[in-house]
Design a protein around this ligand. Structure first.
Ligand code: PMP
Length: 361
């Protein structure tokens, strides 16, 4: 009644959500290297800035709702049918949408590794799914046999993060084949390939071939990392047409802005591709240099195939992050567990290596 002061209740699942703590940002005017969000240190290509500028003059109009041109460009770039491509406002949005398309709230379980991408527990809870977390194996690797064993008749989705954020290793093709053989074909297996372009391990799976062979496989990709468009928010899923249609049906209308669509399209042009992949090669070379330097300092580290490294500092994690900040470097601490440090500019990486030298166990 009007005389009571009861507050609008939030859903219990929402009240219990863990926070998503974004990587620290410099405050205006602060000169700090930003190695806290796995971003690309290179600025946008001139051709991408041109496309953004041209698109900016048309922002009184809604974008193409289904990003038809971008979807077709992605489909031909990847080698799938356009019906298999769904774009969204970053791959986190696509993940939220695909969960809401298949998870029966209050009933279904979603199996995912932990520690992994911190958006997973949040997205699963928001979709009404029950989180079934499977601890990582030795060396920050996913434990795929344990993940397969965690699947029950209530499981609707299994999330596989490869390379795993924040630890960095990839799953191997034979392990993933075994998981797909063990999991019933009516369980969706999402392979989150946010860092795909940085992978150089010959034992890594060919996820696209798995998509062709298994109707329940969905690939999640992004233009935020290798393509350097984190600020514009473009991600996509590759899935069987009926799943892609379901994800599209629950997606936020006009979810990818006109400017973002234009920038993504420009990034897929062959000349832009070539230049972007050269930058990725340089970042991979820098990753090798940083990992080698850390090993030479005495660190025992996961074999990262992504654009970051993981220092298992345990209880010392937040203190190390504070010292890095004092030394001019923003990194991403996961309290009590470890420090994730993105591969950035050579000078930034060197500044971090100087800090790391003082923290060998
Ligand atoms: N998946 C993983 C494993 C990630 O690390 C990230 C970015 N932190 C994403 C998905 C989401 O990227 P975006 O929403 O920018 O596409």
């Amino acid at each position: 009644g009007s005389d009571t002061h009861a507050r609008v209740p939030l859903r219990p699942a929402v009240q219990a959500l863990p926070p998503y703590v974004p990587g620290a940002r410099p405050t205006p005017g602060e000169q700090l290297w930003k190695l806290s969000s796995n971003e690309n240190p290179y600025g946008p290509l001139p051709s991408v800035i041109d496309a953004i500028t041209r698109a900016a003059t048309e922002t009184n109009r809604y974008p193409d709702m289904y990003a038809t041109e971008l979807v077709e460009a992605l489909a031909s770039f990847v080698g799938v049918a356009p019906e298999q491509v769904v774009v969204g406002n970053g791959s986190v949005a696509v993940l939220a949408h695909l969960l809401s398309a298949v998870v029966d709230p209050g009933r279904d379980e979603v199996v995912f590794p932990w520690r992994s991408f911190e958006a997973y527990p949040i997205a699963v809870a928001v979709a009404g799914g029950r989180a079934v977390t499977v601890p990582l194996a030795e060396g920050g690797r996913l434990d795929l046999p344990a993940m397969a064993a965690a699947v029950t008749d209530r499981t609707s989705v299994v999330l596989v993060c490869t390379p795993n954020n924040p630890t960095g290793p990839v799953v191997h093709a034979d392990e993933l084949d075994a998981l797909l053989a063990a999991v019933p074909s009516d369980v969706m297996v999402v392979i989150d390939e946010a860092y795909l372009e940085f992978v150089r391990d010959a034992d890594a799976p060919d996820a696209l071939a798995l998509l062709a062979r298994h109707e329940n496989v969905v690939l999640l990709r992004t233009l935020s990392k290798a393509y350097g468009l984190a600020g514009l928010r473009v991600g996509y899923a590759l899935a069987a047409p009926h799943l892609a249609a379901g994800i599209r049906a629950v997606s936020t209308p006009f979810g990818v802005s006109h400017v973002a669509q234009a920038a993504a399209l420009a990034s897929l042009a062959p000349a832009a591709q070539a230049e972007l992949m050269q930058r990725v090669d340089a970042l991979v070379a820098e990753r090798t240099r940083v990992l080698d330097a850390l090993v030479a300092q005495g660190w025992d580290l996961p074999a990262s195939q992504a654009n970051f490294v993981w220092l298992p500092l345990g209880e010392r994690t937040t203190r190390c992050a504070a010292e890095a900040r004092a030394a001019g470097v923003l990194v991403r601490p996961f309290a009590g567990d470890g420090l994730r440090v993105s591969i950035g500019e050579t000078e930034a990486n060197d500044a971090f290596l100087e800090v790391a030298r003082g923290w060998i166990a």
